[in-house]
Design a protein around this ligand. Structure first.
Ligand SMILES: NC(=O)c1ccc[n+]([C@@H]2O[C@H](COP(=O)([O-])OP(=O)(O)OC[C@H]3O[C@@H](n4cnc5c(N)ncnc54)[C@H](OP(=O)(O)O)[C@@H]3O)[C@@H](O)[C@H]2O)c1
Length: 217
């Protein structure tokens, strides 16, 4: 069975998953890096960004698990880049350079159509303009029975949660407060939407909290 999964999604203690004022200089928004400080030192992150060896503790192990059995990804347009409104040209190809870390078909939700972009290493970005259900259908078809990872950002995850389409979530909760930014759960009644927490694991720099859709919900 192919599941829709949110994994290694960083969140501050007060519930923000991106800081305010995202830009080319601040892809995660102002203060945003504070919520990712658990991920930066890990082996998986360092390997992905051409760094050194990186750490191999609990945080790394959980982050590595999140890349297993993924046949496709779904991203929101703001996670793909800082360009807003109609695409001015074809130049922007994501934050990740020539070889993005996805290595599978990756579906980007946007209101602005664009031709697919084939990148080095197997990632092809497909731009989906007809909504979350369509992106999920296309991603599941492309995944060939493997899981689909919903990479974010916040607005995208909130839509899939509201529709009850996410099977499980792993949140990396950092002991920092942001005060402002993109709030992950504000106004969402997760319990009524059928979600339950079922596990937490202490990592070196984050507490890892696991939620899933209740059986039958
Ligand atoms: N905490 C974490 O682990 C984590 C992980 C990933 C990303 N992030 C951060 O999250 C931030 C981005 O999140 P965000 O909430 O600002 O935005 P987002 O979810 O990445 O993207 C939202 C945009 O995607 C397009 N979109 C979304 N749903 C759509 C739909 N149903 N139909 C058509 N287009 C749709 C719209 O763009 P247009 O209308 O402009 O086309 C919308 O403005 C970034 O700072 C990123 O670094 C954090």
């Amino acid at each position: 069975m192919s599941n829709l999964r949110v994994l290694s999604f960083s969140v501050s203690l007060d519930g923000f998953s991106a800081g305010p004022n995202q830009s080319l200089q601040n892809p995660l928004g102002e203060m945003g890096p504070e919520i990712f400080e658990w991920a930066f030192p890990t082996r998986v992150f360092q390997k992905m960004h051409g760094g050194g060896d990186g750490e191999t503790g609990v945080d790394n192990q959980i982050a590595e698990e999140g890349f297993k059995n993924m046949g496709a990804w779904i991203l929101g347009r703001n996670m793909f880049g800082p360009v807003r409104g109609p695409w001015p040209d074809e130049n922007w190809k994501g934050w990740w350079g020539d070889e993005p870390p996805y290595h599978v078909p990756t579906f980007v939700l946007t209101h602005h159509a664009r031709k697919p972009i084939a990148m080095k290493g197997g990632t092809t970005f497909h731009f989906v303009t007809d909504g979350i259900q369509s992106a999920l259908k296309q991603a599941k078809a492309a995944a060939g029975g493997m899981d689909v990872r919903l990479g974010g950002g916040v607005a995208t995850i909130r839509q899939y949660l509201t529709a009850g389409l996410i099977d499980d979530l792993h949140l990396a909760v950092r002991p920092v407060v942001l005060g402002r930014g993109e709030h992950l759960f504000q106004g969402l009644d997760l319990r009524a939407l059928g979600y339950e927490g079922f596990k937490s694991v202490a990592g070196e720099r984050a507490n890892h909290v696991f939620l899933r859709k209740r059986a039958g919900a």
